[in-house]
Design a protein around this ligand. Structure first.
Ligand code: MIG
Length: 759
């Protein structure tokens, strides 16, 4: 008799009282549910497919996987199509909601969300329970097991194969990557059911693509929010904000976005404006707009309990607040004092919350920053809501806070994103969040919360970004300069240098610390910081193009070396350098008084970004890097677009210089649109395909406008590695080599055909 039963659109195996349901989302994405209930958390977007998988005795096979099920224990073994064992259960404990798996061949474990640890998580144990860390610890450190965000997803990896496991459970979960037992990985939960997805691929890129297929991808960001952003807790009145804005322009520090932290509100009441300190709020926003600035406002979830306060009264009337275990509105305490918390689990509440943003947008606010959404609460020992608080879902069913807690930030972000989108009139929303769950990338950028102005936090932010990226969240950053405590000139310079190559680039500092805008530490620091922000602005199109691909495939922007050099075992543990896109290697200096560090260059030839010196890879090299440099190398055979530097995105007509790092033939796709609106969805964009063919004596550059529905900036050509050019022939015509960097090409008008004859 067949132990595996084909159900409506899935497979089922029953053993005594227990059940295992197996569902397929593709030939290489399989879900295991040890429960009758097949419901998912809001993280998962996709539905299972019918028709995949064939029963073969005690196994189910797809084109890519064979899943063998033990009919007694309901343990599974997963093989790939070459018959290699990929994953194997040691135990499945349904009542304890725990699975233990054997470590078979994995040499590293990655992803796992926001973690204060090095790149490889092997030998670590950690849990997921969104926490406002500064309420609980003095500063971020390696002993902290629970951070602001929860992404119950990890990748097991070796040279030639890898897999991802996504545990779709929003309760407090715990992951153990070979710590308790060095031959086992385990994950367990304090509630709900065992419900996880196994994703298989040969390479890690494939895993991220499939994971982000399940949980969603980032929306294409608005370019100004890829620029430099300045924040402070808090710029306390409109005069101070205007002074910051003017100084940015006077000092010629490119800057696109300014942030207003909690002091812009009246008594910390969300969706109000302090009418004394920001009396001329709308006028201020208008002025800032005319100077090219966007403004982001912080919004916390806690709503002040105050009779007559419109937001509070509306929510009360609608019965929108999280309840205590007796069914009364739970009252906690945050900045405004006594506060209630919207129950974002319900569509109706989310809609109300989203709509509250209408007037802010109308006043001219451009983006929203969601803080304290773990949610934070001052009056409990846990610093959050009691776990027996109650949420009510759309069907009217009660869920405890222990189930919804980790989803709170995600659901708030969903509400906010939808509200912004509704009122922004075709402009792309920008949202920043601190707390998150799997899937947050669909709505928001993420920053890593209250770091400290210490070198260790600069260092550890690197692997944090990398693992967050491997958890499906590309748009990430930390407070540049450090949030808590006083920053200093050297730290700010080095942190800004890393910020240039971080998707979200914002300088932010705490109340009662010294101000840390670029000019606060004297002329040298100002010049240094400006130089690096300029570099960031020259890389906006490059970054935006990475973002475009990421929005379609889920790829991280900052990638550990193993992402592109998985078969090079040296890369498995390198946490302190990364690839910014495939071909730009960045190795930050993260110690004081240091002007040199070792950099591992993977195989191939690399160009020094500063000197064009060519270096052979697959080895460690000492890179000299005084305070005005950060080690950056560009891979031979890349094309990097660089923009004209301006004070803010769109200030001037752009002009793109295409930098060719010669030595190998290559291809690049340049995507261009307005960078701000959703018009690209109506096909208003352009796509230029550029390729080179290189041989010993010539370099041919061809370009083809594959799609043209938006004005393409004029371009220039810059050739690296071809110092002794004999002649350049453009569209059949010989030109003076010395003029090459002065020629502006108009790709709108013609395809490009350049031939360079080498000496
Ligand atoms: O505990 O809004 O992480 O960026 O400046 C303080 C004030 C609450 C914490 C955020 C920080 C922000 C601050 N907030």
């Amino acid at each position: 008799m067949n132990i595996i039963k084909k159900m409506d659109y899935w497979f089922q195996i029953k053993s005594s009282e227990r059940v295992l349901n197996i569902l397929f989302y593709s030939d290489s994405i399989v879900r295991f549910v040890y429960d009758e209930d097949l419901g998912s958390t809001p993280a998962v977007l996709e539905r299972p497919l019918n028709g995949l998988g064939k029963i073969l005795g005690d196994s189910i096979a797809t084109n890519e996987l064979v899943i063998k099920i033990d009919s007694n224990s309901l343990q599974v073994e997963v093989y790939n199509s070459s018959g290699e064992l990929i994953n194997k259960d040691i135990s499945v404990d349904i009542p304890k909601i725990e699975i233990r798996k054997e470590i078979l061949w994995e040499r590293g474990f990655y992803g796992s969300g926001e973690r204060y640890w090095y790149l490889n998580q092997k030998g670590r144990r950690m849990s997921n329970w969104n926490s406002d860390l500064i309420g609980l610890y003095d500063l971020h450190n390696v002993t902290i097991k629970e951070m602001h965000t929860s992404i119950p997803f990890y990748i097991g990896l070796d040279k030639e194969k890898c897999y991802g496991i996504y545990f779709d459970n929003s309760f407090r979960t715990c992951f153990d990557y070979g710590k308790t037992y060095n031959n086992a990985v385990s994950f367990k939960s304090s509630g709900g059911k065992i419900d996880y997805y196994l994703i298989y691929d040969r390479d890690i890129k494939g895993i991220i693509e499939k994971y982000s297929f399940l949980t969603g991808r980032m929306n294409l960001p608005s370019i100004p929010f890829l620029g430099y952003q300045q924040s402070r807790y808090s710029y306390k009145n409109s005069k101070e904000v205007m002074n910051i804005a003017k100084r940015m322009r006077n000092e010629k520090i490119p800057c696109d976005v300014l942030y207003l932290d909690i002091h812009y509100m009246e008594n910390y009441k969300v969706f109000t404006i302090d009418s004394k300190e920001f009396r001329d709020f709308k006028k201020m926003l208008k002025e800032l707009k005319s100077m090219g600035f966007k403004v982001v406002l912080i919004i916390d979830p806690g709503i002040k309990v105050e009779k007559g306060y419109k937001v509070f009264e509306e929510g009360k009337k609608g019965d929108y607040y999280v309840k205590d275990s007796y069914g009364l509105d739970y009252v906690g305490e945050v900045w405004p004092g006594e506060a209630v918390f919207p129950d974002f689990l319900r569509t109706e509440v989310r809609k109300w919350w989203g709509d509250l943003h209408a007037s802010l947008i109308k006043d001219g606010v451009d983006g929203i920053w969601n803080d304290m959404n773990e949610p934070s609460n001052f009056i409990t020992k846990s610093k959050t809501l009691p776990e027996d608080c109650l949420h009510i879902d759309d069907l009217g069913d009660e869920k405890t806070h222990s189930e919804i807690h980790n989803l709170y930030g995600l659901l708030e972000a969903k509400a906010t994103y939808k509200g912004l989108k509704k009122y922004l009139n075709n402009k792309r929303p920008f949202l920043l969040t601190r707390a998150a769950f799997a899937g947050i990338q669909r709505y928001s950028a993420l920053w890593t919360g209250d770091n400290t102005s210490v070198w260790e936090h600069l260092e550890m932010s690197i692997p944090m970004f990398l693992n967050i990226g491997l958890s499906g969240i590309p748009f990430v950053g930390s407070d540049v300069g450090g949030f808590l405590e006083d920053s200093d000139e050297e730290l700010l310079c080095r942190w800004t240098q890393l910020g240039v190559f971080t998707p979200f680039f914002r300088n932010h500092s705490n109340l009662d610390t010294i101000y840390q805008e670029p000019w606060q530490f004297g002329e040298d620091t100002l010049d240094n910081v400006r130089k690096f922000i300029n570099i960031r602005y020259s890389l906006l199109t490059y970054l935006y193009n990475l973002m475009k691909v990421s929005s379609e495939k889920g790829h991280p922007i900052m990638r550990p070396l193993l992402y592109h050099y998985q078969d090079d075992e040296k890369t498995l543990n390198i946490y302190d350098e990364f690839l910014f896109g495939e071909n730009m290697l960045v190795a930050p200096i993260y110690r004081p008084g240091i002007d040199e560090r070792l950099v591992y260059l993977p195989e191939g030839n690399w160009y020094d970004f500063w000197t064009d010196e060519k270096k052979k890879g697959k080895r460690f090299l000492a890179q000299y890097s005084p305070i005005d440099k950060i080690p950056v190398c560009i891979k031979e055979g890349s094309i990097i677009p660089r923009d004209k530097i301006m004070n803010y995105f769109g200030e001037l007509e752009n002009e793109i210089t295409l930098h060719f790092y010669t030595g190998k033939s290559c291809e690049y796709e340049l995507y261009i649109d307005d960078g701000i609106t959703f018009d690209y969805e109506k096909d208003i964009f352009s796509l230029v395909k550029i390729h080179t063919v290189e041989s010993s004596n010539t370099l041919i550059i061809g370009s083809k406008t594959a799609y043209k529905n938006y004005e393409i900036p004029k371009i220039k050509i810059n050739l690296h590695g071809l110092d002794n050019i004999k002649e350049v022939i453009i569209d059949g015509e010989k030109i003076d080599v010395n003029n090459l960097d002065k020629i502006l090409f108009n790709l709108n008008e013609r395809e490009l055909d350049i031939q360079v004859v080498k000496c």
